[in-house]
Design a protein. Structure first.
Length: 270
């Protein structure tokens, strides 16, 4: 028994539903008639290549899935997909390394669409100290698994319950946006790890706080971080569009001083 590949219309309907948009909502955003959109989704009308790309833009469909939508509509993919080692991506990868290096003495790392580590700067050391399960550090290193696995960084995360909830919510949003089977399975795996919750009551939110920091035990200190995510603007390559840089900043002066000290120790030992 064979299963038929989804049609372009059914994929558009699926993405529209994922984005919680009605046919009328999407028709208005795309400046087309609801009747025409209905015909496209039902298969009674075959969308042109330009229409497929136009609807994909309105639905904020990731580049990888836009290629799949084009193929379903009978067209060639529009966006290239090259390995990060490809010479044509060298300028972009050099930019990534510049950002990582420039963020020192604070930690920063680059990850692919499945949260596998692509590169990291020298300041990432505190995150990798005392990892009990060596397999977690074998390539490809999945940073979410490394963070929440009981044999990874999790035992040293002082506010594990809050940080775990933050990472899982981020992953859920990514799954809602992309619907990637690998990420769906990763989310299922991570939700099975210990939560760090001591009770059913949620942790109180600091009234004067601006974000939930990551609080990491390191030696006899607790390092406190806030983080940002950076992505490439208007990429036309699938692989590049899925690359992200997470930069960690000290959330207090004690952490800043500790990171500066660690950087000086690395420089003295090199």
């Amino acid at each position: 028994m064979t299963t038929s590949e989804p049609s372009a219309g059914s994929l558009i309907r699926e993405w529209r539903t994922r984005r919680r948009m009605s046919q009328l909502d999407l028709a208005v955003e795309a400046d087309i008639s609801q009747r025409h959109l209905s015909f496209v989704e039902s298969g009674r009308a075959q969308p042109s290549r330009d229409m497929v790309l136009h609807l994909a833009e309105q639905l904020s469909i990731p580049l990888r899935q836009r290629n799949q939508l084009l193929l379903a509509a009978g067209f060639a993919p529009n966006f290239s997909e090259r390995p990060l080692s490809d010479k044509s991506l060298a300028p972009a990868m050099a930019a990534v390394e510049t950002v990582l290096k420039g963020h020192e003495p604070f930690p920063a790392l680059a990850v692919d669409r499945h949260w596998n580590l692509v590169s990291a700067n020298a300041a990432i050391g505190p995150f990798l100290a005392d990892v009990a399960e060596p397999a977690l550090l074998q390539p490809p290193v999945n940073v979410l698994r490394l963070s929440l696995h009981p044999g990874g960084v999790a035992p040293r995360i002082v506010n594990l319950a809050e940080w775990r909830a933050h990472l899982l919510e981020r992953l859920k949003h990514q799954n809602d946006a992309a619907g990637d089977p690998v990420l769906i399975e990763l989310e299922r795996e991570l939700r099975g790890y210990p939560s760090g919750l001591k009770s059913s009551r949620p942790a109180p939110v600091e009234p004067s706080g601006i974000v939930h920091p990551l609080r990491l035990a390191h030696g006899d200190q607790v390092l406190s971080f806030i983080s940002t995510i950076t992505v490439f603007g208007t990429p036309l390559d699938v692989t590049l569009s899925e690359l992200a840089i997470e930069s960690f900043f000290p959330a207090d002066e004690q952490t800043r001083a500790a990171l500066v000290r660690l950087a000086k120790e690395r420089a003295a030992s090199s």
